[in-house]
Ligand binder design. Structure first.
Ligand code: NCD
Length: 314
């Protein structure tokens, strides 16, 4: 694995949260806090990226993550260019690398990349000049580092010390890069208990989440939970036979008022989006008092500002 951190401990690339030290994750989260006001609104940046160019290269569809990176970079004074490249016209590796080399020749400083192939962001980072920075905006089912960070930021802002918390992720864990990155961040930062709940066919390999409790029983996961995050059913990554029946899925794994009654009274409800109402979550829960889904979106901009700003300090 390519080094994401240089000899001084500074962040060079952000491809995955796996292997990053707690101190560095804390530094990113603290910087993100500085981009939020006391009431949790987004603060203005101070032109940290003035004179730098950021390119968003998205080889998979995205709304919130792409816009979030764009707004984060603009708030810091960067020039931003966006490329949304239909995955159907790309050929593995070669096209991605060619696109990268073309943009590199136009003096892009920071690349934000979302790609469906495992290893894609590392391939690009290996070909980057010393001054160029690469940030993953989601790679295959494997990692989505800024999403993991914004989830932890949202949890910390509500609940403080992670070590006393029970966090439950429910949904399509097997195909979820969000679960992997959030799980890694929570584990590195010492979460009390991490429960992963999904249908039997959508459970991941246990060795991918060594510190978590895996089950197909939502009650076990939700009982006394401080935090619950529903994850999208990623039908596009599934074999036809593994796609669960919608009504059956909602009955067993959907977040409803009845199900939430077994969690702690002050449980917070999260979802990385895009969410399927009446499948993963009941509308009254998605829009209810316990939901922090909009805060996740707002905190996402702050986290991306923090990562970009740290990379611009050089
Ligand atoms: C997620 C993604 O693309 O990995 N969405 C996001 O970035 N907010 C989750 C998903 O697509 O289900």
């Amino acid at each position: 694995m390519l080094a994401q951190v240089d000899d001084d401990g500074d962040l060079r690339h952000l491809l995955t949260l796996e292997g990053l030290k707690a101190g560095l994750l804390d530094a990113i989260l603290e910087r993100a806090e500085n981009f939020l006001t006391e009431t949790g609104q987004l603060a203005r940046g101070a032109d940290e990226l003035r004179g730098l160019t950021v390119a968003n290269l998205f080889f998979e569809p995205s709304t919130r993550t792409r816009v979030s990176f764009e707004l984060a970079a603009k708030r810091l004074g960067a020039h931003v260019t966006n490329l949304e490249i239909g995955s159907s016209s790309t050929r593995k590796g070669e096209t991605l690398l060619d696109t990268f080399l073309t943009l590199k020749a136009m003096a892009v400083d920071i690349f934000v990349i979302r790609h469906h192939d495992p290893g894609s962001t590392e391939l690009i980072a290996e070909h980057a000049d010393a001054s160029v920075r690469i940030i993953s905006a989601g790679e295959a089912h494997l990692s989505h580092p800024t999403q993991g960070l914004l989830d932890v930021l949202t949890i910390r802002r509500h609940k403080g010390d992670l070590s006393t918390l029970k966090v439950c992720l429910v949904g399509d864990i097997k195909h979820s890069r969000v679960a992997r990155s959030a799980g890694q961040a929570l584990t590195t930062l010492g979460v009390g208990e991490l429960h992963l709940v999904s249908p039997e066919t959508l459970l991941p390999d246990a060795d991918e989440f060594p510190a978590a409790v895996l089950s197909s029983d939502l009650e076990t996961g939700l009982s006394n939970a401080d935090v619950v995050m529903a994850l999208r059913i990623q039908k596009e990554r599934m074999a036809e036979a593994d796609i669960p029946d919608d009504a059956d899925y909602f009955r067993r794994f959907g977040l409803t008022r009845e199900q939430l009654a077994i969690a702690k009274k002050d449980v917070i409800v999260m979802h990385p989006g895009p969410m399927n109402r009446n499948l993963e979550i009941a509308p009254d829960i998605a829009d209810g008092q316990q939901s922090v889904i909009e805060e996740q979106v707002r905190n996402g901009v702050a986290v991306r500002m923090a990562v970009l700003a740290l990379m611009a300090d050089r």
